[in-house]
Design a protein around this ligand. Structure first.
Ligand code: HDD
Length: 741
């Protein structure tokens, strides 16, 4: 019998509420549920589906759930009565070698870790469903892109440089990898949130990663590009200029995984049922728009909540605010030159501006279920650009070609052998009948005696399929008549024109952020030559960019060398200038004792009704005037909130610092310093701020001018909230940033 009452199996067999729909069983998306706080772990609840203590809520089939039965056992199923004491020769005596349970438990623990990914080690993932519009059927025969086809997916987002435990909000490129479990096999779209790459040839990948990772002597800095070796590399490899500029833009610090674009980067080749081919680039367009943090927020979040993006994704899905993207393609004729409007489609440092080739929507992705076990799913998922289905093929982009080797190879070390495809998260949903056998971690029990072809002993099975049976037959692309060389094509030599296009397409406030980012990153470098070389690169992009960064570094700006350009601008590259849905945004509500509790309750309802998340912030936890408090002044930090509403002025703490009235200079309107910090940061970061029921004093004390753009006062809480919602559609109050005025 269990000795600890807490270990008694729960009697209830009620299935716990799980937001989202298991993608393995049905593609329908559940009705969004009311946003709420993340639920506590569900580990102590039983469920009828599996009869296991932890398996029921996962939506996984019985065989994928490790735990069965109610009693603690060894790995061999031997029931245990005590896992808290080693077997000893007397209570004070030595431990006996015969204690198998002790040895098994510690042996297994000693080997719990697998090597982290050599890049993209830090990530978060979710299950979902992809539903095709059918609009791609003219260019591809891929079955999952046929009209209304619904395909389960697993998507993993990541940073590139940091280790598994590093912070989410560092300045970096983000991975956006999607596994489509199609009826024709797995298709992986292994992309990034930036449409270009640092290098043009995969043979340079170890170099760029060695340069970006921490210095090998001290192993610092973690998850940063702000150091000498990174800037040494990009200064010496001018092909990296375009991608580096994207990284230094707001794209390098996304607000949320839910608010990122995704790009397949390379050009792919599609083939339709008639055998015709089309070149395409894949784009993911987020329903909520593309939004970013400001740099100070990103830095604060790295300390205050290193799991910022991971938490945001899981909380949103749990609250029923399912993240959504549209998949789109840009299409190009498959000509022998493989260029479009003079742009080399095989060069992964180039985009094709959307104004030249519009992105055509072909389907919708909804993420609706969180993983139930990080290791089994998010850590063990193995993506591969070579996981393709009939109708989608690769091109000769030399970066893509090298990736085709790397993604298979890396799993041998990371997942311990060639059978990683059998791990539940990696299993295709199509029938498998291969002739791969044995090897480390083999879990299949293969039948028959003849895993070779042709054979006469297993009835000739398995049989080879033809086109009529949906076989994946290579597109017979003609090869260029050429010679064996280690060379890049001449067109790959243009390293600056698209960096200029990107810079020109930014609004003034976005350009200011880029100048700030270069100034910060290069300011963290020590080597004079590295900084000077970086400035030489900037001189090729824009004179002002170069001179302002040079001023920040205290160095002379080199002469501008802006080349001769077409002056093209691509408004689609800017994140500003449109309005976006506000679903899933966090609204902080600062309350003081006695400050309109009914108004606060009504406001919470209004925020819920707008599909946003209200988080009440009070001096202490518990409830205040009957309103549940979610955050206290000790636990709240501005980074968490997209907008703040203040009801009343909290009483000053006994040790509060006196705060001077920003306008009058008069001392006396003291507020809690942590509240002053909260409001001051929200103001500085361009967030909408509202107040009612006597909030003016708190705002004044925090240095928030009442007549500043995006500060709304008066009326009721719900009226103020309505105005804040309008502001939130633009993500931030851009007028508060100096460059915007
Ligand atoms: Fe890569 C992981 C994206 C170039 C070698 N890559 C990895 C992941 C993403 C990308 C999103 C994480 C997948 C996951 O969540 O498990 N990589 C890209 C993009 C590239 C790119 C968009 C250029 C357009 N990668 C690239 C090159 C090479 C690699 C040129 C090697 C020659 N990438 C790897 C890898 C990783 C990986 C070492 C580490 C873990 C893994 O594959 O499974 O094989």
């Amino acid at each position: 019998m269990p000795t600890n009452p807490a270990a008694v199996p729960p009697e209830s067999s009620d299935e716990p509420h799980v937001p989202g729909v298991p993608s393995t069983v049905t593609p329908e998306v559940a009705e969004p549920v009311e946003p709420r706080e993340p639920a506590p772990p569900k580990g102590d609840q039983s469920g009828p589906a599996t009869g296991s203590p932890t398996g029921a809520p996962t939506g996984l089939p019985q065989e994928a759930v490790a735990q069965q039965g109610e009693w603690l056992t060894t790995a061999q199923g031997d029931r245990m009565h005590d896992t808290d004491h080693s077997l000893k020769a007397g209570p004070r005596g030595p431990v006996l070698l015969q204690d198998h349970h002790l040895r098994e438990k510690i042996m297994h623990f000693d080997h719990e870790r697998v090597p982290e990914r050599v890049v993209h080690a830090r990530g978060a993932a979710a299950h979902g469903v992809f539903t095709a519009y059918g609009t791609a059927s003219g260019v591809t025969k891929a079955a999952f892109l046929a009209k209304d086809a619904a395909t389960p997916v697993f998507v993993r987002f990541s940073t590139v440089l940091g280790s598994r435990g590093s912070a989410d909000t560092v300045r970096d490129t983000r991975g956006f990898a999607t596994k489509f479990y199609t009826e024709e096999g797995v298709f992986d779209l292994v992309g990034n949130n930036i449409p270009v790459f640092f290098i043009q040839d995969a043979i340079k990948f170890p170099d760029v990663i060695h340069a970006g990772k921490p210095h090998p002597d001290r192993e610092i800095p973690q998850a940063q590009s702000a150091h000498d070796t990174f800037w040494d590399f990009v200064g010496l490899h001018t092909e990296a200029t375009h991608h580096t500029l994207w990284n230094m833009s707001d794209r390098g610090i996304p607000r949320s995984y839910r608010m990122m674009e995704g790009f397949g980067v390379h050009t792919f080749r599609l083939q339709n049922a008639a055998g015709e081919t089309t070149l395409v680039k894949f784009h993911w367009k987020p329903k909520l728009g593309v939004h970013s943090l400001v740099w100070e927020e990103a830095q604060l979040a790295a300390g205050a909540d290193p799991d910022f993006h991971r938490r945001d994704l899981a909380d949103a899905i749990e609250a029923g605010a399912f993240p959504e993207w549209e998949l789109g393609i840009q299409t190009f004729p498959d000509t022998p030159e493989q260029t479009f409007e003079g742009i080399d489609l095989l060069d992964p440092t180039k985009i094709v501006p959307e104004e030249l080739a519009p992105v055509q929507p072909i389907g919708r992705l909804v993420l609706n279920r969180n993983p139930s076990n990080y290791f089994a799913e998010t850590e063990q998922v193995a993506f591969h650009v070579g996981h393709l289905v009939p109708g989608i093929d690769v091109t000769d982009d030399p970066l893509l070609q090298g990736r085709l080797f790397s993604y298979l190879d890396t799993q041998l070390t990371r997942l311990g052998g060639p059978n990683f495809g059998q791990l539940p998260i990696n299993r295709t949903h199509a029938p498998v009948n291969d002739m791969l056998r044995d090897g480390m971690h083999q879990t299949a029990v293969h039948q028959g005696v003849a895993p070779y072809r042709p054979n006469s002993l297993d009835g000739g099975c398995p049989f080879q399929a033809g086109a009529a049976q949906g076989a994946d037959i290579e597109v017979p692309v003609p090869l260029p008549a050429s010679r064996k060389v280690r060379e890049a094509p001449e067109s790959f030599d243009d390293h600056y024109s698209q960096a200029r296009l990107f810079w020109r397409s930014m609004t003034p406030v976005e350009q200011e952020h880029i100048i700030g980012a270069y100034s910060f990153e290069l300011g963290k470098c020590y080597e004079q030559a590295v900084k000077e070389r970086a400035l030489l690169t900037l001189a090729h992009i824009d004179e002002r960019l170069c001179s302002e960064v040079a001023t920040a570094l205290g160095l002379p700006a080199p002469a501008p060398d802006a080349g001769s350009d077409d002056g093209l601008v691509s408004p689609a590259l800017s994140q500003l200038g449109q309005e976006w849905p506000t679903e899933g945004r966090n609204i902080g509500i600062v309350v003081a004792p006695g400050a309109d509790p009914d108004g606060v309750r009504a406001l919470r309802e209004a925020v819920f009704a707008a599909d946003m998340v209200p988080l009440v912030i009070a001096p202490a936890g518990g409830t205040l005037d009957g309103v549940t408090v979610q955050r206290t002044f000790a636990t709240a930090r501005s980074i968490e909130f997209d907008a703040l509403l203040v009801a009343g002025v909290p009483a000053p703490a006994a040790d509060a610092l006196p705060v001077r009235d920003a306008k009058t200079g008069v001392r006396g309107t003291d507020i809690e310093p942590r509240l002053a910090l909260l409001l001051g940061e929200a103001y500085r970061h361009g967030k909408a701020i509202g107040g009612w029921a006597g909030a003016e004093a708190a705002l004044t004390a925090a240095g928030v001018p009442q007549d500043a753009p995006g500060v709304v006062l008066g009326g009721s809480g719900t009226e103020v909230f309505e105005q804040l919602t309008t502001l939130l559609r633009s993500h931030r109050v851009w007028d508060r940033f100096p460059a915007a005025s």
